[in-house]
Design a protein around this ligand. Structure first.
Ligand code: CAA
Length: 283
Protein backbone atom coordinates (compact mmCIF):
# COMPACT_ATOMS: atom_id res chain seq x y z
CA UNK A 1 0.00 0.00 0.00
CA UNK A 2 2.02 3.01 -1.25
CA UNK A 3 1.19 6.30 0.44
CA UNK A 4 2.55 9.56 -0.98
CA UNK A 5 -0.18 12.15 -0.41
CA UNK A 6 -1.79 12.69 2.98
CA UNK A 7 -4.74 14.94 3.81
CA UNK A 8 -4.86 16.20 7.38
CA UNK A 9 -8.37 17.33 8.33
CA UNK A 10 -8.32 20.02 11.01
CA UNK A 11 -5.59 22.67 11.28
CA UNK A 12 -5.70 23.08 15.06
CA UNK A 13 -2.90 22.29 17.49
CA UNK A 14 -2.94 18.56 16.72
CA UNK A 15 -3.70 18.78 12.99
CA UNK A 16 -0.98 21.34 12.30
CA UNK A 17 1.54 19.23 14.24
CA UNK A 18 0.56 16.13 12.26
CA UNK A 19 0.83 18.04 8.95
CA UNK A 20 4.27 19.29 10.01
CA UNK A 21 5.69 15.87 10.82
CA UNK A 22 4.21 14.35 7.64
CA UNK A 23 5.80 17.08 5.48
CA UNK A 24 9.10 16.72 7.35
CA UNK A 25 9.05 12.99 6.53
CA UNK A 26 8.74 13.80 2.80
CA UNK A 27 5.01 13.22 2.26
CA UNK A 28 2.92 15.61 0.17
CA UNK A 29 0.37 17.05 2.55
CA UNK A 30 -2.99 18.76 2.09
CA UNK A 31 -3.95 20.63 5.25
CA UNK A 32 -7.73 20.98 5.26
CA UNK A 33 -10.07 22.97 7.47
CA UNK A 34 -13.45 24.70 7.17
CA UNK A 35 -12.14 28.27 6.93
CA UNK A 36 -9.05 30.02 5.60
CA UNK A 37 -8.46 31.68 8.97
CA UNK A 38 -8.16 28.26 10.68
CA UNK A 39 -5.64 27.16 8.04
CA UNK A 40 -3.65 30.40 8.44
CA UNK A 41 -3.46 29.83 12.19
CA UNK A 42 -2.29 26.23 11.66
CA UNK A 43 0.33 27.27 9.09
CA UNK A 44 1.62 29.91 11.50
CA UNK A 45 2.08 27.27 14.21
CA UNK A 46 4.02 25.12 11.72
CA UNK A 47 6.21 28.06 10.59
CA UNK A 48 6.98 29.00 14.19
CA UNK A 49 7.91 25.40 15.12
CA UNK A 50 10.17 25.10 12.07
CA UNK A 51 11.82 28.46 12.73
CA UNK A 52 12.77 27.24 16.22
CA UNK A 53 14.67 24.41 14.52
CA UNK A 54 16.77 26.99 12.60
CA UNK A 55 17.74 28.70 15.85
CA UNK A 56 18.86 25.31 17.17
CA UNK A 57 20.82 24.62 13.97
CA UNK A 58 18.74 21.50 13.18
CA UNK A 59 17.18 22.87 9.97
CA UNK A 60 18.25 25.46 7.40
CA UNK A 61 16.10 28.17 5.83
CA UNK A 62 16.24 26.18 2.58
CA UNK A 63 15.07 22.89 4.12
CA UNK A 64 12.23 24.70 5.88
CA UNK A 65 11.10 26.11 2.55
CA UNK A 66 11.13 22.60 1.07
CA UNK A 67 9.00 21.31 3.95
CA UNK A 68 6.53 24.20 3.61
CA UNK A 69 6.34 23.66 -0.17
CA UNK A 70 5.11 20.13 0.49
CA UNK A 71 2.05 21.48 2.37
CA UNK A 72 -0.90 22.56 0.22
CA UNK A 73 -3.99 23.98 1.90
CA UNK A 74 -7.67 23.27 1.32
CA UNK A 75 -11.14 24.32 2.38
CA UNK A 76 -12.81 21.92 -0.08
CA UNK A 77 -13.17 18.31 1.10
CA UNK A 78 -13.30 17.19 -2.56
CA UNK A 79 -9.49 17.45 -2.44
CA UNK A 80 -9.64 14.06 -0.66
CA UNK A 81 -9.95 12.64 -4.21
CA UNK A 82 -6.21 13.15 -4.57
CA UNK A 83 -4.94 11.42 -1.44
CA UNK A 84 -3.81 7.96 -0.28
CA UNK A 85 -4.34 8.60 3.43
CA UNK A 86 -6.54 10.95 5.42
CA UNK A 87 -5.66 11.72 9.04
CA UNK A 88 -8.65 13.35 10.68
CA UNK A 89 -7.92 15.69 13.60
CA UNK A 90 -11.20 17.61 13.76
CA UNK A 91 -13.38 18.29 16.78
CA UNK A 92 -13.71 15.53 19.35
CA UNK A 93 -17.40 14.84 18.78
CA UNK A 94 -18.95 11.63 17.44
CA UNK A 95 -21.53 13.35 15.20
CA UNK A 96 -18.85 15.55 13.63
CA UNK A 97 -16.59 12.53 13.04
CA UNK A 98 -19.26 10.21 11.60
CA UNK A 99 -20.50 12.95 9.23
CA UNK A 100 -16.94 13.65 8.11
CA UNK A 101 -16.05 9.99 7.62
CA UNK A 102 -19.23 9.32 5.68
CA UNK A 103 -18.36 12.25 3.34
CA UNK A 104 -14.71 11.20 3.02
CA UNK A 105 -15.81 7.64 2.22
CA UNK A 106 -17.76 8.94 -0.77
CA UNK A 107 -15.02 11.31 -1.99
CA UNK A 108 -11.74 9.44 -1.45
CA UNK A 109 -10.49 6.76 -3.86
CA UNK A 110 -11.15 3.13 -2.90
CA UNK A 111 -7.54 2.50 -1.83
CA UNK A 112 -7.45 5.48 0.57
CA UNK A 113 -7.01 4.72 4.28
CA UNK A 114 -9.08 6.92 6.59
CA UNK A 115 -7.40 7.38 9.98
CA UNK A 116 -8.67 9.33 12.96
CA UNK A 117 -6.64 11.06 15.65
CA UNK A 118 -9.50 10.66 18.14
CA UNK A 119 -8.30 10.56 21.73
CA UNK A 120 -11.06 8.28 23.02
CA UNK A 121 -13.99 7.75 20.63
CA UNK A 122 -14.66 4.22 19.31
CA UNK A 123 -12.94 3.54 15.97
CA UNK A 124 -15.45 0.77 15.26
CA UNK A 125 -18.38 3.21 15.50
CA UNK A 126 -16.63 5.74 13.22
CA UNK A 127 -15.92 2.88 10.77
CA UNK A 128 -19.59 1.91 10.75
CA UNK A 129 -20.41 5.29 9.16
CA UNK A 130 -18.44 4.21 6.04
CA UNK A 131 -18.51 1.43 3.47
CA UNK A 132 -14.82 0.68 4.04
CA UNK A 133 -14.55 -0.36 7.72
CA UNK A 134 -11.43 -2.41 6.90
CA UNK A 135 -9.65 0.84 5.92
CA UNK A 136 -10.53 2.78 9.08
CA UNK A 137 -7.95 2.99 11.86
CA UNK A 138 -7.02 5.13 14.86
CA UNK A 139 -3.76 7.08 14.78
CA UNK A 140 -3.57 8.83 18.13
CA UNK A 141 -0.75 11.37 18.27
CA UNK A 142 0.31 13.07 21.51
CA UNK A 143 0.59 16.81 22.11
CA UNK A 144 2.96 18.50 21.20
CA UNK A 145 3.05 16.32 18.09
CA UNK A 146 6.51 17.38 16.83
CA UNK A 147 8.05 16.38 20.18
CA UNK A 148 6.20 13.33 21.46
CA UNK A 149 7.40 9.96 20.19
CA UNK A 150 4.26 7.87 20.72
CA UNK A 151 1.49 7.19 18.24
CA UNK A 152 -1.16 4.80 19.57
CA UNK A 153 -2.41 2.77 16.63
CA UNK A 154 -5.93 1.55 17.30
CA UNK A 155 -7.50 -1.28 15.40
CA UNK A 156 -11.27 -1.14 14.96
CA UNK A 157 -13.17 -4.43 14.90
CA UNK A 158 -12.84 -4.66 11.10
CA UNK A 159 -9.46 -2.95 10.48
CA UNK A 160 -7.52 -4.96 7.89
CA UNK A 161 -4.04 -6.37 8.59
CA UNK A 162 -2.52 -4.66 5.52
CA UNK A 163 -3.99 -1.34 6.66
CA UNK A 164 -2.50 -1.82 10.11
CA UNK A 165 0.88 -2.71 8.57
CA UNK A 166 0.81 0.36 6.27
CA UNK A 167 0.03 2.71 9.16
CA UNK A 168 2.72 1.09 11.32
CA UNK A 169 5.30 1.73 8.56
CA UNK A 170 4.14 5.32 7.97
CA UNK A 171 4.32 6.07 11.70
CA UNK A 172 7.95 4.91 11.76
CA UNK A 173 8.69 7.08 8.71
CA UNK A 174 7.33 10.01 10.73
CA UNK A 175 10.09 9.24 13.23
CA UNK A 176 7.51 8.13 15.80
CA UNK A 177 7.01 4.88 17.67
CA UNK A 178 3.77 3.02 16.94
CA UNK A 179 2.14 1.04 19.74
CA UNK A 180 -0.76 -1.24 18.85
CA UNK A 181 -3.85 -1.16 21.04
CA UNK A 182 -7.41 -2.39 20.78
CA UNK A 183 -10.56 -0.36 20.52
CA UNK A 184 -11.85 0.28 24.05
CA UNK A 185 -12.83 3.65 25.58
CA UNK A 186 -9.78 5.86 26.09
CA UNK A 187 -7.53 3.17 24.50
CA UNK A 188 -4.45 2.86 26.75
CA UNK A 189 -3.13 6.44 26.98
CA UNK A 190 -6.26 8.19 28.16
CA UNK A 191 -7.62 5.23 30.13
CA UNK A 192 -4.64 5.74 32.43
CA UNK A 193 -3.76 9.44 32.05
CA UNK A 194 -7.22 10.97 32.47
CA UNK A 195 -8.19 9.21 35.72
CA UNK A 196 -4.85 10.45 37.10
CA UNK A 197 -5.64 14.02 36.07
CA UNK A 198 -9.21 13.66 37.38
CA UNK A 199 -7.84 12.40 40.70
CA UNK A 200 -5.53 15.42 40.87
CA UNK A 201 -8.60 17.65 40.41
CA UNK A 202 -10.41 15.75 43.20
CA UNK A 203 -7.31 16.23 45.38
CA UNK A 204 -7.56 19.98 44.81
CA UNK A 205 -11.38 19.97 45.23
CA UNK A 206 -11.14 18.19 48.59
CA UNK A 207 -8.49 20.62 49.85
CA UNK A 208 -5.76 18.03 50.25
CA UNK A 209 -3.19 20.48 48.86
CA UNK A 210 -2.81 23.58 46.69
CA UNK A 211 -2.60 23.24 42.93
CA UNK A 212 1.10 24.13 43.05
CA UNK A 213 1.76 21.48 45.71
CA UNK A 214 -0.12 18.79 43.77
CA UNK A 215 1.91 19.55 40.64
CA UNK A 216 5.20 19.68 42.57
CA UNK A 217 4.56 16.27 44.16
CA UNK A 218 4.03 14.64 40.78
CA UNK A 219 6.90 16.48 39.08
CA UNK A 220 9.53 15.98 41.74
CA UNK A 221 8.26 12.71 43.20
CA UNK A 222 7.37 10.86 40.01
CA UNK A 223 9.57 12.65 37.50
CA UNK A 224 6.62 13.76 35.38
CA UNK A 225 7.65 16.63 33.04
CA UNK A 226 4.52 18.57 34.02
CA UNK A 227 2.29 18.30 37.06
CA UNK A 228 -1.19 16.89 36.32
CA UNK A 229 -3.01 20.22 36.70
CA UNK A 230 -0.52 21.99 34.42
CA UNK A 231 -0.91 19.13 31.97
CA UNK A 232 -4.72 19.42 32.14
CA UNK A 233 -4.42 23.12 31.24
CA UNK A 234 -2.07 22.16 28.39
CA UNK A 235 -4.46 19.52 26.99
CA UNK A 236 -7.60 21.64 27.55
CA UNK A 237 -10.05 21.11 30.41
CA UNK A 238 -12.95 20.60 27.97
CA UNK A 239 -11.00 17.76 26.32
CA UNK A 240 -10.20 16.22 29.73
CA UNK A 241 -13.88 16.38 30.73
CA UNK A 242 -15.04 14.94 27.41
CA UNK A 243 -12.64 12.01 27.72
CA UNK A 244 -13.68 11.35 31.35
CA UNK A 245 -17.32 11.33 30.22
CA UNK A 246 -16.44 8.88 27.42
CA UNK A 247 -14.71 6.60 29.95
CA UNK A 248 -17.59 6.90 32.44
CA UNK A 249 -20.23 6.15 29.83
CA UNK A 250 -18.24 3.52 27.95
CA UNK A 251 -16.96 1.56 30.95
CA UNK A 252 -19.87 2.31 33.29
CA UNK A 253 -17.88 2.50 36.51
CA UNK A 254 -18.01 5.19 39.20
CA UNK A 255 -14.23 5.41 39.31
CA UNK A 256 -14.42 7.35 36.04
CA UNK A 257 -16.85 9.99 37.42
CA UNK A 258 -15.57 13.44 36.36
CA UNK A 259 -14.73 15.69 39.31
CA UNK A 260 -17.40 18.41 39.83
CA UNK A 261 -14.62 21.03 39.94
CA UNK A 262 -13.54 20.03 36.43
CA UNK A 263 -17.15 20.48 35.24
CA UNK A 264 -17.36 23.85 36.96
CA UNK A 265 -14.21 25.18 35.31
CA UNK A 266 -15.40 24.02 31.89
CA UNK A 267 -18.79 25.68 32.45
CA UNK A 268 -16.96 28.89 33.42
CA UNK A 269 -15.02 28.77 30.15
CA UNK A 270 -11.76 28.22 32.03
CA UNK A 271 -10.44 25.72 29.53
CA UNK A 272 -6.72 26.04 30.21
CA UNK A 273 -3.95 27.63 28.17
CA UNK A 274 -6.11 28.14 25.10
CA UNK A 275 -8.48 30.51 26.94
CA UNK A 276 -5.79 32.08 29.13
CA UNK A 277 -7.15 30.51 32.30
CA UNK A 278 -7.61 27.03 33.70
CA UNK A 279 -6.13 25.88 36.99
CA UNK A 280 -3.50 28.55 36.32
CA UNK A 281 -3.60 31.91 34.55
CA UNK A 282 -1.67 32.47 31.31
CA UNK A 283 -0.67 35.82 29.89
N1 CAA B 1 5.29 22.44 19.84
C1 CAA B 1 6.44 22.00 19.31
N2 CAA B 1 7.57 21.81 20.02
C2 CAA B 1 7.52 22.12 21.32
C3 CAA B 1 6.37 22.63 21.95
C4 CAA B 1 5.22 22.78 21.15
N3 CAA B 1 4.04 23.19 21.65
N4 CAA B 1 6.64 22.84 23.25
C5 CAA B 1 7.92 22.50 23.44
N5 CAA B 1 8.47 22.07 22.28
C6 CAA B 1 9.82 21.54 22.08
C7 CAA B 1 10.89 22.59 22.30
O1 CAA B 1 11.19 23.26 21.10
C8 CAA B 1 12.07 21.73 22.77
O2 CAA B 1 12.69 21.13 21.65
P1 CAA B 1 14.26 20.66 21.70
O3 CAA B 1 14.36 19.58 22.72
O4 CAA B 1 14.51 20.18 20.30
O5 CAA B 1 15.02 21.88 22.08
C9 CAA B 1 11.41 20.60 23.55
O6 CAA B 1 10.05 20.55 23.09
C10 CAA B 1 11.43 20.85 25.04
O7 CAA B 1 10.81 22.12 25.25
P2 CAA B 1 11.17 23.12 26.44
O8 CAA B 1 12.60 22.93 26.83
O9 CAA B 1 10.72 24.47 26.06
O10 CAA B 1 10.18 22.72 27.58
P3 CAA B 1 10.10 21.41 28.42
O11 CAA B 1 11.41 20.74 28.58
O12 CAA B 1 9.33 21.84 29.59
O13 CAA B 1 9.18 20.44 27.52
C11 CAA B 1 7.11 19.53 26.92
C12 CAA B 1 7.91 20.80 27.10
C13 CAA B 1 7.74 18.67 25.83
C14 CAA B 1 5.72 19.93 26.52
C15 CAA B 1 7.17 18.74 28.29
O14 CAA B 1 6.75 19.58 29.33
C16 CAA B 1 6.30 17.51 28.29
O15 CAA B 1 6.69 16.45 27.80
N6 CAA B 1 5.09 17.62 28.89
C17 CAA B 1 4.14 16.52 28.93
C18 CAA B 1 3.43 16.42 27.62
C19 CAA B 1 2.43 15.33 27.61
O16 CAA B 1 2.21 14.61 28.56
N7 CAA B 1 1.78 15.19 26.45
C20 CAA B 1 0.71 14.24 26.27
C21 CAA B 1 -0.58 14.92 26.53
S1 CAA B 1 -1.91 13.81 26.39
C22 CAA B 1 -2.24 13.79 24.78
O17 CAA B 1 -1.73 14.48 23.96
C23 CAA B 1 -3.25 12.80 24.40
C24 CAA B 1 -4.66 13.16 24.56
O18 CAA B 1 -5.45 12.52 23.89
C25 CAA B 1 -5.16 14.14 25.51
Amino acid sequence: MEVQTIMVVGAGQMGSGIAQVCAMAGYDVILHDLKEEFIDRGMNIIRKNLQRQIQKGVLTEESIQQILNRIATSTDLQNAQKVDLVIEAAMENMDVKTTLFSQLDKIAPDHTILATNTSSLPITEIAAATNRPEKIIGMHFMNPVPVMKLVEIIRGLATGDEVYAAIHTITEKLNKIPVEVNDFPGFVSNRILMPMINEAVFTLYEGVATKEAIDEVMKLGMNHPMGPLTLADFIGLDTCLYIMETLHEGLGEDKYRPCPLLRKYVKAGWLGRKTGRGFYEYK
